[in-house]
Design a binder for this molecule. Sequence first.
Ligand SMILES: NC(=O)c1ccc[n+]([C@@H]2O[C@H](COP(=O)([O-])OP(=O)(O)OC[C@H]3O[C@@H](n4cnc5c(N)ncnc54)[C@H](O)[C@@H]3O)[C@@H](O)[C@H]2O)c1
Length: 313
Amino acid sequence: MRNNSMDMFDLAGKKALVTGGSVGIGKACATALAMAGADVAIADIDDRTGEKTAEGIRETGVDCVFIKCDVTSKDQVQAMVAKAVERFGRLDIGVNNAGIAILGGDEELDQSAWDKVIAINLTGAWLCCQAEAQQMIKQGQGGKIINTASMSARIANCNASYDASKAGVVHMTKTLAAEWGGFNINVNCFSPSYLLTPMHASTPLEARQCIRDLTPMGHMERPEDLYGTIIFLASEASNYVTGHDLLVDGGHTLNAWLAPLGRHIPPRVSPDQEVAQLKKDLDAMGVEYDENGINEDLHPEIADAFKGMLGLQ
Ligand SMILES: NC(=O)c1ccc[n+]([C@@H]2O[C@H](COP(=O)([O-])OP(=O)(O)OC[C@H]3O[C@@H](n4cnc5c(N)ncnc54)[C@H](O)[C@@H]3O)[C@@H](O)[C@H]2O)c1
């Protein structure tokens, strides 16, 4: 019996694994799990940044290890779970977050771009779910699997490869939740909107303002805005929640017409606060940026797409 309602969010003693954890949303997931007391393994293809992130999380007092892994390789994914278990003795929480976007009009996009996005975002997530569930089933005490989807699963947003990959993640989550409920494994996903990570380091200022104007909560999403969601989905507070896609978008997908009418007081987060974590990530990656956290060369195709939409080209 719990004495305190906050105890149900306590992850002390839990062992977690986060893919794509070197920067951005994955790093936010690892940070949130560590804040709640879990030991965390961070897996990523970027080992230089990943090692730094793991070191930062260890300094908060929990154990944290970096594991190099390309989630498109079944062998590497299986080895990733084995290494996490070797370090921690078990696995209770798996967050499958590694993902990319390759923007470009579908009428001319090369098939290699489609294949790569599906391989990382959808097939990679499935390989991770499978390896984590195998371990959790072996342990016999259930577990929590959390996939990173996107609002792009619900609305036409980037292009077909990205949007379809994320719609696939949402439905894969539902099917796996139905399959693995009998092992007391919860499988859920969450869907951010435009979130200021290195993925959006090239998004122009004009686009950021446009996004704020079309978002009822009035600011762009930050990695920190996901902490509560991750702790909820990883903890016993969500024990009866499974197959769910938790939308965390500040209301962006509700109704673009209404959003500009409703702001009466300043948003909770200022433009400077929006980019604080992004700047830390870019520092860790050794990437330069201006005072707004913008580096136009990191994702020029994302910059071009927004400029095209806003008529800036
Ligand atoms: N930033 C957004 O606006 C946003 C919105 C909704 C959903 N998402 C999703 O969130 C997830 C994280 O996005 P982000 O914004 O933090 O991106 P990011 O580019 O800032 O970070 C992604 C991380 O994944 C790693 N990665 C890429 N390919 C990998 C692979 N094959 N194997 C292992 N690691 C790999 C990268 O090295 C990087 O550390 C992605 O699935 C993305 O689609 C992002």
